[in-house]
Design a protein around this ligand. Structure first.
Ligand SMILES: NC(=O)c1ccc[n+]([C@@H]2O[C@H](COP(=O)([O-])OP(=O)(O)OC[C@H]3O[C@@H](n4cnc5c(N)ncnc54)[C@H](O)[C@@H]3O)[C@@H](O)[C@H]2O)c1
Length: 338
């Protein structure tokens, strides 16, 4: 049966893909995003336009309604829950930069923790919105960064994760725990997903895949941390969306699950793959690893497989090829004229 899903961060990278998939399968989606300037908001507006035009051109059965607003605006969030019967919330809106969070930890806590709290309060009816029926399922986007420098490899969701290395990771871990509290106190179904380095079309300009191509084509300076000697469990955005959608359909009580691919790739190999597709070499600046960084990420996805039938479909070479195709069609024409 079609559901009504609130997607926060709907205009962003992962959010726009989640909206697309849900509308395509027939759900009604309410998107909330404040279109902040963490990166160029015109990219987010373009994401929204693309999703809306695909939905109408291809006559997808679901519907998409977008609201520009801030998750910290408790009145706005309360009104959303009064005006709509929401079956699930995919909560992606956040300040998402690990390194930048060191410069502005207060903002990261305000958006990531207080914003999440406003949504949790609304979901359980604490903002004056009476819920007489079943509570919505709350799906929260956390991060592999919460594992810090764990020595348990691959990373397992049962790890205590009490030593985050950056305010971003600490804010996500705090929100994961709030999710548990609301599950315990109010019976809210809450699935926490720890995403592992997501990439793909509409990718964030501050992330490595994008920056390598920008370096090649616009010559902008890009640091290569630890001389590329870092492993990342790169995960294609459509695989992440499959996990999110499965969680909409399968409330699990309270669970923490990894959403990765489970096959880490060396950063230099990832960069080489992009260079081969572009047919040119990047000139990256070798830079020591930052204190907030980790040398490897590696997801154990066995629990996600068994609870949500999650099975990543896109290999890193396939995903990088799709990313390159998008970059050529969408980003390159505008970078070369600007
Ligand atoms: N991309 C990754 O590799 C990755 C890895 C781990 C976790 N995550 C998490 O996934 C989620 C989505 O990340 P993304 O890569 O799509 O980032 P993104 O920046 O493209 O998307 C986040 C969106 O949230 C919106 N937003 C930020 N603050 C808001 C607020 N106060 N109110 C309303 N909207 C707000 C932004 O405008 C943006 O469109 C984030 O929670 C992020 O922490 C991403």
């Amino acid at each position: 049966m079609a559901k009504t899903v609130l997607v926060t961060g709907a205009a962003g990278f992962i959010g726009s893909h989640a909206v697309e998939r849900l509308v395509k399968r027939g759900d009604r989606v309410i998107g909330l995003d404040n279109l902040n300037d963490y990166y160029d908001p015109s990219r987010k507006e373009a994401n929204l336009r693309e999703v809306s035009s695909k939905a109408s051109a291809q006559k997808w059965p679901g519907a998409f309604e977008f609201l520009k607003g801030d998750i910290r605006d408790r009145q706005l969030v309360a009104d959303l829950f009064s005006d709509h019967h929401i079956d699930a919330i995919i909560h992606l809106a956040a300040m998402a930069g690990v390194r930048i969070s060191i410069d502005d930890p207060g903002l990261y806590y305000d958006v990531n923790v207080m914003g999440t709290l406003a949504l949790l309060d609304a979901a359980v009816g604490r903002l004056g919105t009476k819920r007489t029926e079943k509570l919505p399922t709350f799906i929260f986007a956390s991060t592999s960064s919460v594992y810090g420098n764990t020595q348990t490899v691959p990373f397992v969701p049962e790890d205590t994760c009490d030593r985050p290395l950056a305010p971003y990771a600490a804010s996500k871990r705090a929100s994961e725990m709030l999710g548990h509290t609301y599950h315990h106190l109010y019976g809210l179904d809450c699935t926490v997903f720890r995403f592992f380095t997501v990439y793909g079309p509409r990718g964030r300009p501050d992330m490595m895949a994008y920056k390598v191509l920008d370096n090649i084509f616009t010559g902008c300076d890009v640091p290569l941390y630890n001389n590329g000697n870092m492993y990342r469990d790169w995960t294609y955005v459509e695989d992440i969306v499959s996990g999110l959608v499965s969680a909409v359909d399968h409330p699990l009580g309270y669970e923490i699950l990894n959403l990765g691919r489970g096959e880490p790739v060396l950063l230099t190999d990832f960069v080489t793959g992009i260079e081969q597709l572009a047919g040119r070499s990047a000139k990256l600046t070798s830079t020591p690893m930052m204190d907030a960084d980790i040398a490897y990420t590696f997801a154990d996805i066995s629990k996600t497989r068994s609870l949500l039938q999650y099975e990543p479909q896109t290999s890193v070479p396939e995903g990088v090829a799709k990313f390159w195709e998008w970059y050529q069609q969408v980003v390159l024409p505008s970078s070369l004229t600007s």
